[in-house]
Design a protein around this ligand. Structure first.
Ligand code: C5J
Length: 225
């Protein structure tokens, strides 16, 4: 077992052989200047700032031979997997399926729907296209993780309060121990990120644990944090 001693609310113990690194929605449209997120008036530099830390973790996890799961918030071109309740809400200026600056918004295969170059998947890593905010809804992810014997999940990605937190809550309800890397998740709204971290680790870890990425890297290298 590997231990992150300074995780909150208490030490996080995990077996790398039964743990997956889950990277939520690090897509060009959310992160890059000129994409969907920025077009809606968001400061994407907040999200861009976590990319180096995410990349360090991804490279270390790959080097350790761990399972990597990437997700994309992504819909079929005909929107048959997008219920009206999702389609008809959100920013009226630019909705799912509309033509955006990097192709149709949140549509599979469009340039803006791709994972950013710095975190691009390599062969053998899983890429899960998810029509919901959570990674477990209508994706088969739980079944695939069960077959692989995965019991613990380490999360990074965006946005903290939407797709990351939803996925963690789904995972928690399915019996996974979940760790959120504090400097590897972000929101367009800093207060929402702060609240997410508090909510995850409140009440003795009601959703899971949080820790800094350096603590994970130290633990993977065999040290104590
Ligand atoms: C994600 C969103 N990925 N905020 N989507 O969090 O709509």
């Amino acid at each position: 077992m590997t231990t992150i001693e300074d995780a909150q609310p208490f030490a996080f113990r995990f077996d790398p052989a039964h743990t997956a690194l889950v990277i939520i929605d690090m897509q060009r449209d959310f992160i890059e200047p000129g994409g969907f997120g920025e077009t809606l008036g968001n400061d994407v530099s907040l999200l861009e700032a976590i990319v180096p830390a995410c990349r360090s973790v991804l490279l270390a996890w790959r080097a350790a031979g761990g399972l990597v799961v990437h997700t994309r918030e992504s819909h079929a071109a005909d929107l048959s997997d997008c219920p009206p309740a999702k389609l008809n809400r959100g920013e009226p200026r630019l909705r799912i399926g509309d033509a955006g600056p990097m192709g149709r918004i949140l549509i599979a295969g469009e340039p803006g729907n791709q994972i950013i170059r710095a975190l691009a998947p390599v062969p053998g890593e899983w890429v899960i296209d998810k029509p919901g905010k959570g990674a477990f809804y209508a994706t088969g992810l739980h079944e695939r993780l069960q077959i692989r014997g995965v019991r613990q999940l380490i999360f990074m990605g965006v946005t903290a309060e939407v797709c990351v937190q939803t996925s963690m809550r789904e995972a928690n309800d399915r019996g996974y121990d979940c760790l959120l890397l504090e400097d590897c998740t972000e929101s367009y709204f800093p207060a929402f990120k702060a609240a997410t971290l508090e909510m995850v680790r409140a009440q003795g870890g009601i959703v899971g644990w949080t820790a800094g990425s350096e603590s994970l890297l130290t633990a993977l290298a065999g040290g104590t944090s």
